[in-house]
Design a protein around this ligand. Sequence first.
Ligand SMILES: N[C@@H](CCC(=O)N[C@@H](CS)C(=O)NCC(=O)O)C(=O)O
Length: 291
Amino acid sequence: MTASSDYVPPKVWTWNKASGGRFASINRPIAGPTHEKELPVGRHPLQLYSLGTPNGVKVTIMLEELLALGHAGAEYDAWLIRISEGDQFSSGFVEINPNSKIPALLDRSGPTPIRIFESGAILVHLAEKFGAFLPQDPAARAETLSWLFWQMGSAPFLGGGFGHFYAYAPTKIEYAIDRYAMEVKRQMDVLDRRLADNAFLAGPDYTIADMAVWPWYGQLAKGLLYNAGEFLDVESYRNVNRWSEALFARQPVQRGRMVNRVTGDPSSQLHERHEAGDFDTRTQDKIAPAT
Ligand SMILES: N[C@@H](CCC(=O)N[C@@H](CS)C(=O)NCC(=O)O)C(=O)O
């Protein structure tokens, strides 16, 4: 690969498959399916197709929170989409998310199935469907949606920017790492100031905004993303840490974090979830043969 300082962009960009990086094998400049394959469908009205990344975890936390509140209609089947193997490009997945990214939800509770893609849209759909975690008071609702959309706009700088260049790019480019480290630290300071006077992002109540922001910034604050805790001095964001710990302590958050997870301790990985009992009987330490 050409060193970044020597690179002169050509007149017309062409796809260079050898560009490298951790996700080079699945990145491509065109959309649409690569192969024919239907998605599996389980017995519950809600069918989730996802992976336990921060974007996927937002939705499984919400579903587990709804179930913990007693909303039996939030029972769901969570199917594993292995993005490193290209499952997001199957014809069935592209039908429910033309953008080929997890998470995607199929709500089959009505006469015609409804597809929802983009984690923020899924959170709003579920919040409105069950009347939970999205306040009805106009000011509180506006604050919740503002922080929810803040996450949608901000996290690509954390994941696609900082995380990519710090952890995944084939070479360490100082300019890129500096640019995104600065932006991520600014974002952490935005959250830290907000959480100095508020228990949760939208105010006194726990909402879908917390569920969207926590898997990215709450886990970053605990040093769980990109092995970058020390580099970004995450411990200095005291209010973000206090808020992150409060969410970590919730059982639905712990459960949501396990669903469709394929890394980490085998006892924390529940590859597919079809009923509540799966947390006790279907984690990888229980179903995978010991090696
Ligand atoms: N804005 C989207 C982002 C979703 C996203 O980036 N998903 C990643 C995993 S965290 C993905 O599926 N990547 C597969 C690919 O890019 O091919 C959302 O919030 O749902």
